[in-house]
Design a protein around this ligand. Structure first.
Ligand SMILES: Cc1cc2nc3c(=O)[nH]c(=O)nc-3n(C[C@H](O)[C@H](O)[C@H](O)COP(=O)(O)OP(=O)(O)OC[C@H]3O[C@@H](n4cnc5c(N)ncnc54)[C@H](O)[C@@H]3O)c2cc1C
Length: 463
């Protein structure tokens, strides 16, 4: 009998998980995947629905296949899809979104298995094995879905509104991805962008042609833009043993040792005239294993003192974007600084800017109001935030931990929800790794009982 897995959220995470489940079903047991997402066609989620050709990926084709064991999958899709690309190409995000929307239709559904896209939003999940089966998902339209287990792949909350920018009223667009950004930006001449990460570059390169003559100022606490890829974005791979350096779990110097290893190796590569980014690329897959061996105190220290500089070198803009941004800076179109420098006092002078756009980092997944499902689970004590704040408290196999500290093996999580359990958890390589492990786990023999096929879905949903 097939096992029924509900995947809540059909962005990159949900679609990649569904693909992995179907592939795993071919060699283990049949599966019925219920992919619940409000979009007409799942796949694009938040980052890949943009149509702006200036919005490119921050990693190359060779790194962003949906499958760890098939790194050429994305490149092979590009040819027939008429997307010109080589392994070192930074695709437009719109094209990558198309890859994701075409991923599931391209997979052979094994006999006895099924995939359904349920168009809607989940507003509650009950895993107390009641009249609706092991897991009952309530949809916004009142429909109920039954499943053996559910995976939350909800993405990220929008940036929080910051009180210091409220005086701009309607001219404060707190979320750079708001659908009405262009309309609200119309006529702006002096734009303040809050944040200096990759989203800020998306905002500036998008609005610049729409607002001829406008000047942009980007601010953050550090006041620095992300690092850039080299002209050759695929430097030869090198060996860096971060975990060996990390040493025994819980030793007081674990974090310092790891950081020293990275710094020394970066300095050595630079001194030898080689690309220092190869060190970051070598360390990146070792970050989560190293994170698992850090003491709780070291994790807090990393998040507070080192995360920003790590993210700065880890999430890099393409070389082409660097060239474009350098030109904007040289032409006086873009100025980058710290909040303190640009504000110049305790309060903002609202006459200095006629538009403020928020492009700050990742708010806690448990932020109230962005997602009715999170609100409901939080209110019932069915989940709780991770002590580090951004993600959820999860067991080592990514099962939700409730307010009483009990793990719920039928409710799992992907993406940002894992921040805390892991550090690297939101990019495509992280999602495909999570998906492969989850698929194996959710289809394993010992996962409790199966629900009856006739029970899903209820209500008017697309198939
Ligand atoms: C602007 C931007 C650019 C990025 N660029 C890159 C990149 O170049 N390379 C890279 O590796 N990573 C990149 N990332 C990281 C990115 O987080 C991942 O690549 C990926 O898109 C995350 O997918 P997700 O499915 O977790 O989230 P999302 O894309 O946000 O999708 C979540 C989906 O869940 C749905 N949903 C939420 N709640 C519910 C509910 N209650 N019921 C039903 N459906 C629900 C939403 O409608 C949405 O469709 C980027 C992120 C951003 C924000």
């Amino acid at each position: 009998m097939p096992r029924t897995i509900a995947v809540v959220g059909g962005g990159a995470a949900g679609v990649i998980l569904a693909a992995h489940l179907l592939r795993a079903a071919a060699v283990s047991r049949p599966v019925r995947v219920l992919l619940v997402d409000p979009a007409e066609t799942p796949g694009r989620g938040l980052p890949y629905r943009t149509t702006d050709p200036r919005h490119t990926l921050n990693a190359v084709v060779a790194r962003l296949s949906a499958f760890d064991d098939d790194p050429g999958h994305l490149l092979r899709w590009c040819g027939p899809a008429r997307v010109p690309a080589g392994p070192g190409t930074f695709l437009q995000r719109a094209d990558f979104g198309r890859y994701l929307t075409e991923l599931l239709p391209s997979i052979d559904v094994p006999e006895g298995s099924a995939l359904r896209h349920v168009r809607g939003s989940v507003v509650d999940i009950d895993d107390r094995d009641g009249e609706h089966g092991p897991v009952a998902l309530t949809l916004a339209d009142g429909g109920i879905l039954r499943a053996d287990s559910a995976v939350l792949a909800l993405g990220t909350p929008p940036p929080v509104r910051l009180p210091e920018y409220e005086p701009w009223g309607d001219r404060y667009v707190a979320d750079a991805w708001s659908a009405d950004l262009d309309a609200r930006a119309a006529g702006a001449r002096r734009v303040l962008v809050v944040g200096t990460g990759l989203t800020t570059l998306d905002v500036v390169t998008h609005l610049h042609p729409l607002l001829p003559g406008a000047r942009f100022t980007a601010v953050s606490r550090g006041g620095t833009l992300p690092a850039a890829h080299a002209a050759d974005p695929l430097p030869p791979a090198i060996d860096v043993d971060l975990c060996g350096a990390v040493g025994a779990a819980g030793t007081p110097t674990v974090l310092d040792t790891a950081l020293d290893t990275v710094r020394q190796r970066v300095a050595a590569e630079r001194a030898a005239g080689r690309d220092w980014r190869a060190v970051i690329d070598a360390v990146r897959p070792q970050v989560n294993p190293a994170w698992a061996r850090l003491s709780p105190e070291d994790r807090v220290t990393f998040q507070r003192e080192h995360a920003r500089s790590w993210e700065n070198v880890r999430h890099r803009m393409s070389h082409a974007m660097r060239t474009h941004v350098d030109r904007l800076v040289a032409d006086g179109v873009l100025t980058v600084g710290t909040v303190a420098e640009v504000r110049g006092g305790d309060r903002w002078d609202t006459s200095a800017f006629d538009l403020v756009v928020g492009a700050t980092g990742l708010p806690p997944l448990t932020s109230p109001g962005w997602n009715p499902l999170v609100d409901a689970l939080l209110a019932r004590g069915a989940l709780r935030p991770h002590p580090l704040g951004t993600g959820l408290d999860l067991t080592p196999d990514a099962a939700l931990v409730d307010a009483a500290g009990t793990g719920h093996p039928r409710l799992r999580a992907m993406g940002l929800a894992r921040r805390g359990l892991e550090w690297e958890c939101t990019s495509v390589p992280d999602l495909r790794r999570q998906a492969a492990l989850l698929a194996e786990d959710l289809l394993a023999d010992d996962l409790l009982t199966n629900v009856q096929p006739a029970d899903v879905p209820l209500g008017a949903h697309s198939a």
